[in-house]
Design a binder for this molecule. Structure first.
Ligand code: AMP
Ligand code: MG
Length: 403
């Protein structure tokens, strides 16, 4: 088994991952889903020129000389509320009372805000001048008819949902979510409601993976824990193959009871087993049985976590048709000097923060592959390059943002 680079492993995996399909959902079900169409507006927003203020629509030229000492008097001829249009046309010497969002009446060139006026019977005194177009929001200034407002591959956020509502879209084409079977392996692993004795530990990976899958847009299918026998592994993997994708943890290393590789090999073809030049998470099994991609992740919890983030999350994003497959990476200033041996790319669970116009990054405590606490405290993965052995305090490093 040769050692391969992280990028090579990822490229290889992604070349075997396919988009699942399209479905229509209502807008209220669309948060977090991935658009499979460029969304083009059929309407202008706002539909008409309208007022940005509560005040008076008028002709700017009429009040050019207005000051608090020498106000200009205009006759108020009409009132326009939001949702209504003016009946008449504004003439010189006239104003119309207008509310925020109400359409600008024909003839008006500006809106003077209420605070710059005083009432005088059926007239107003304008205490300030206005420029042409002042306080007027132009038709289509937000969105123009024919404009593409959202691109295919966008993961929908609350603001995107708002944007789709602005243009009146109640149904949206999004990608289908893949089902992802999760199989934990190991004679020592227990369900959370069992009572551990001696060397037994809880199935943390199974639940963490379910959460990772969910946050990536997949549908986790929890299949429990397989014993370290080929028989049990093959039986449970057979179940797992009913899902679109399979993720297992543990049993892919070089131990006597690491039987995931041999079990999968007995079940089908096209299995690839790698030592990936990374830490944590060196052993990785990937392949397909039939059309179903299978990820055999390492068992140590931090290795499982990091391997998912590097390989499974980008794959799920590809299945979902996302435009960005990998985590966003920023350059951040290191707050203390770090060391490692050459030959593997290290991912350090780290805390990234933004202050005074730059990112800084600090490793989040001890970095063992069994020390999940550091990952739990982290919001980023610092990338310590393959051959580097030292990065000094104050230097810039790449950090993957996990949030
Ligand atoms: P393995 O790759 O099966 O040799 O497992 C490596 C380490 O990860 C061992 O210490 C296992 O006990 C631990 N481990 C494996 N699976 C899990 C799991 N589902 N939850 C927590 N720890 C696990
Ligand atoms: Mg094991």
């Amino acid at each position: 088994m040769s050692m391969i680079q992280v990028q090579e492993a990822l490229d290889n995996i992604l070349s075997k991952i396919k988009f699942k399909g399209v479905e229509k959902v209502s807008l209220d079900q669309a948060l977090g889903r991935v658009l499979t169409e460029d969304v083009v507006s059929r309407i202008n927003n706002p539909p008409l020129d309208n007022s940005a203020m509560d005040g008076y629509a008028l002709i700017a030229r009429d009040i050019q000389s207005a000051t608090p000492e020498n106000p200009v008097k205009l006759e108020v001829v009409e009132e326009i509320a939001a949702g209504y249009t003016a009946k008449g046309t504004l003439k010189p010497g006239q104003a119309m009372r207008i509310m925020t969002g109400a359409p600008i009446p024909p003839g008006a060139t500006a809106v003077l805000m209420q605070e710059d006026t005083e009432k005088d019977g059926t007239s107003i005194l304008c205490m300030d001048k206005a420029d042409d177009q002042e306080n007027i929001r132009e038709a289509g200034e937000d969105v123009k008819a024919g404009e593409t407002v959202l691109k295919k591959g966008t993961t929908l956020t609350p603001a995107h949902i708002g944007m789709l509502a602005v243009i009146g879209r109640s149904q949206i084409a999004v990608s289908q979510r893949p089902t992802v079977a999760i199989l934990s392996t190991g004679d020592e692993i227990l369900e959370l409601d069992e009572t551990p004795q001696g060397p037994q530990i809880f199935n943390s990976n199974g639940h963490m993976l379910a959460a990772q899958i969910k946050s990536a847009g997949g549908i986790p299918i929890y299949l429990g824990i397989a014993k370290d026998t080929e028989e049990d592994l093959m039986e449970k993997f057979a179940w797992a193959l009913k899902s679109d994708i399979v993720v297992s943890s543990g049993g892919v290393s070089v131990g006597d009871y690491d039987l995931v590789k041999s079990s999968l090999q007995k079940m089908g073809q096209e299995m690839l087993f790698w030592k990936v030049a990374m830490k944590p998470g060196k052993p990785l099994a990937f392949g397909r049985i039939g059309e179903t991609p299978i990820f055999g992740l390492p068992g140590n919890p931090v290795s499982s976590f990091v391997s998912f983030e590097q390989f499974v999350r980008p794959s799920l994003r590809k299945v979902l048709g996302c435009s960005d497959l990998t985590h966003k990476t920023v350059q951040a200033k290191l707050t203390r000097t770090i060391h490692k041996k050459p030959g593997r790319l290290h991912f350090l669970s780290s805390i990234v923060s933004w202050a005074n116009g730059e990112y800084t990054v600090t490793p989040a405590g001890e970095q063992g592959s069994g020390i999940l606490k550091s990952a739990a405290n982290a919001n980023g993965l610092l990338i310590f390059p393959l051959e580097a052995t030292e990065i000094q305090q104050g230097q810039e490093v790449a950090v993957q943002l996990l949030e």
